[in-house]
Design a protein. Sequence first.
Length: 142
Amino acid sequence: NDRADRLKKRQREQQQEEEEQRALLADPKRPLTDKEQRNLIKAYFRFGSMNDREADIIQEAKLVERDHEFVKSVLDDFITAAQRAVDDNNVKLVEEEKKTGKSLTKKDRKAVLIDFGELKKVNAETAIERPKQLQLLRKAIR
């Protein structure tokens, strides 16, 4: 009897934990997982600006059930971090050119890689350039 009571209590606790977990997963503004972040960045690189192709990016990143404004804010944070990294790198390159007295060749310029959240070595230049390139491409196709 005592054993049955303990078993029932454990089942109740387990059920409560599962319900809490389900409630957490239902929150559309919960932080993105590593996989969701990776999918979002990949979709951003594929479709470009969130302003032009929001529905496609959300769909491709499998974030349909998430709060779109929240997803957009995460992407904006990424773009801001990428822009900052590219700007810092450009300042370093200008200083390097002044120091050596000659312009740097393409070989001397390295890709600007940033870490964003759990994602490592994401190309910051691509993050800045791709939306502009894709927008130009869309205009040319129309």
